[in-house]
Design a binder for this molecule. Structure first.
Ligand code: SAH
Length: 220
């Protein structure tokens, strides 16, 4: 596991991460394993140097191409929703960006299938995961509206950008017992929804109000 590779990380960023973990704990993240993974995952690796000093603020930050690294609390919250609602064997992540959420998910899954539509971010995502020695992730440059049918069905699907409605193919690619967590809607804020697939159909729950960039068609 990549955690052992982080022994050399400076105390300053370790203290900043500890503070961040206490912040997200106070906001309702109760899963100790998630808090521990957030404590050791170096978010500053995923950012440009000029932004690294803000890496442990609980905010989204720009990663270029009009996109953002997700807010740490939201990363923890979506991970907690998935981890506490069923198995995490095969996980599909749509909108992997710089790979921070991917690295967190990888600590809980047998395999993460990461899909990103912007080629330059795919390159960065691959480099970041390689550098941090996260072994159990497969990355694809593709339009996440299609999911990743060759590796379906998935136990869990996380979407980090907001579609107007729930993409049909993602529902199709869920295993029975599988869960999909995603923001849905247009405008500045959207609904974070959890959809569970059973043998007889789907059940939907609204979990939170969130603010994501839109899920866009096609690749670039
Ligand atoms: N969770 C990531 C990025 C969040 S930003 C991180 O923390 O770094 C949302 C990401 O979704 C962006 O990188 C954007 O390019 C990507 N995206 C938007 N529409 C997409 C689509 N249809 N398929 C795949 N990725 C998409």
């Amino acid at each position: 596991m990549y955690v052992s590779k982080m022994a050399g990380i400076g105390m300053t960023s370790q203290r900043a991460r500890n503070r961040l973990v206490e912040k997200i704990r106070s906001m309702g993240i109760t899963n100790e394993k998630i808090l521990e993974v957030m404590r050791v995952t170096p978010r500053h690796y995923f950012l440009e140097e000029a932004l690294a000093s803000r890496a442990y603020d609980n905010t989204a930050l720009p990663i270029g191409y009009g996109q953002t690294i997700s807010q740490p609390y939201i990363v923890a919250s979506m991970t907690q929703i998935l981890c506490e609602s069923g198995p995490m064997g095969r996980v599909l992540e749509i909108g992997s960006g710089c790979g921070y959420q991917t690295a967190v998910l990888a600590a809980f899954s047998e395999k993460v299938f990461a899909v990103e539509r912007i080629q330059a971010l795919v390159k960065r995502l691959r480099a970041n995961l390689y550098e941090l020695k996260v072994p159990n992730v497969k990355v694809k440059h593709s339009d996440g509206f299609n999911g990743w049918s060759e590796h379906a069905p998935f136990d869990a699907i996380l979407v980090a950008a907001a579609p107007v409605g729930i993409p049909e193919k993602l529902l199709e690619q869920l295993a029975v017992g599988g869960r999909l967590v995603l923001p849905v809607g247009t405008g500045r804020s959207q609904e974070l929804r959890l959809i569970k697939k059973s043998g007889t159909g789907f059940k939907e729950h609204v979990m939170d109000e969130v603010s994501f960039v839109p899920l866009l068609d096609g690749i670039e």
